[in-house]
Design a protein around this ligand. Structure first.
Ligand code: ZN
Length: 380
């Protein structure tokens, strides 16, 4: 077979040791004719000795070693920008004197090590047009189908806080098509944070300052408010005690998924991510708190009566915002079970290492059971 002209491709494991022979031609992954291979531009292409080319494998992920490699392979790989179908890539390879079968085997090996991703054709249509937008988007590389899912998504952030505003900017920069930040207050000096409101925003409506922050991160993102009666795909509750605010229950009743992302005092809190009827809800969490402290409802009423002043160190706020963004994107992409289902991630100084705290459904709430009954599934 032609690939044997180049010898075997070897997976370079993350630790740097050669781990296993990769024989992609024996059992190649299924690749559709419409696959658009994309090798992220930052992937290192390194000459290793006189005749070997190492692709990736210098960080915490695997790479691929091709030995010997023909002239022109590195240039061909560097040109994998996700805009050509694989057939066109192989045709170009043939024109350059490279064996298409061997190139195909290398691409399969890169897929197997997850160095290369395939862009769905519809994602190309969904991504922003123009060279500047394409350059901004090139480093994002969500999973196949991810661009389309993110581009069509509507996310509402409740609270232009030191977490909510940078979070909205991160979501927009990550390709979420419509990001709306809702807040009726004005910016105070303490609201300023990297990636969010600036010192110059003091006194402006928080919602406008947040929209400007999002626009700085992603100029083409749709910032229009979500009309009354319209269901966003997900709501982020970014005010410190919104999770205990009865007003948040409206999102549960409407069946809209919602995620808590805030800083209380000095500690960041991300989660739970509530998928109504499927996971535990915010009332479940409050009932658990009541079990631990019968006076909790009285305390919660005081906590939710007013919004406390901005708090949390910049690093805590930004880490909380990014951690929450990861959860939102995981939910929108549909490629993984977000870790904040039935749980929170607490991000406390001084180490700021997220710690997962389970919040199971509460037997007195019945939020999950109600949906089971509605669907006729009584469950165990
Ligand atoms: Zn519940």
């Amino acid at each position: 077979m032609a690939a044997s002209l180049w010898g075997a491709a070897v997976v370079v494991p993350a630790c740097g040791r050669r781990q296993r022979r990769n024989r992609p031609r024996c059992d190649p992954p299924l690749v559709s004719d419409t696959a658009h291979p994309l090798l992220p531009a930052a992937t290192p292409l390194l000459r290793r000795g006189v005749d070997s080319l190492q692709i990736g494998g210098v960080d915490s992920t695997d790479g691929l070693l091709v030995t010997p490699h023909p002239d022109g392979l590195a240039g061909l790989l560097r040109g994998l920008d996700g805009r050509r179908v694989q057939r066109a890539v192989l045709a170009d390879a043939a024109r350059q004197g490279l064996d298409p079968g061997a190139v195909s085997a290398v691409l399969d090996g890169l897929r197997a090590t997850r160095v290369l991703v395939d862009v769905d054709a519809a994602d190309l249509v969904a991504s922003d047009a123009g060279p500047a937008a394409a350059a901004r988007r090139a480093a994002e590389a969500p999973p196949a189908g991810g661009w389309r899912a993110r581009r069509s998504a509507v996310v509402l952030v409740e609270g232009a806080t030191r977490v909510g505003t940078p979070l909205a900017a991160v979501l927009a920069a990550s390709g979420v098509g419509r990001v709306s930040v809702r807040d009726s207050a004005v910016v105070s000096a303490g609201d300023a944070v990297v990636g969010g409101a600036t010192a110059a925003d003091e006194g402006r409506p928080r919602s406008l300052a947040a929209a400007d922050a999002v626009r700085r991160a992603s100029p083409l993102t749709d910032l229009r408010p979500v009309p009354e009666g319209t269901r966003p795909d997900l709501v982020v509750l970014a005010r410190p005690w919104a999770a205990s605010d009865p007003a948040a229950a409206a999102w549960a009743r409407a069946g809209v998924p919602h995620l808590v992302a805030t800083v209380r005092g000095a500690t960041g809190v991300v989660g739970p991510l509530v998928v109504p009827g499927v996971t535990s809800c915010l009332r479940c969490a409050d009932l658990h708190r009541r079990d631990a402290d019968p006076r909790w409802p009285h305390l919660a009423a005081q906590l939710t009566a007013t919004e406390p002043p901005p708090s949390g160190a910049t690093v805590t706020c930004l880490l909380t915002a990014v951690t929450a963004a990861v959860q939102v994107l995981a939910y929108l992409d549909g490629d993984a079970a977000p870790v904040t289902l039935d749980a929170t991630l607490d991000i406390a100084p001084p180490d700021l290492v997220p710690r997962r705290r389970p919040w199971p459904s509460h037997p007195d709430c019945g939020c999950v059971r109600r949906v089971d009954e509605a669907t006729g599934d009584n469950g165990p």
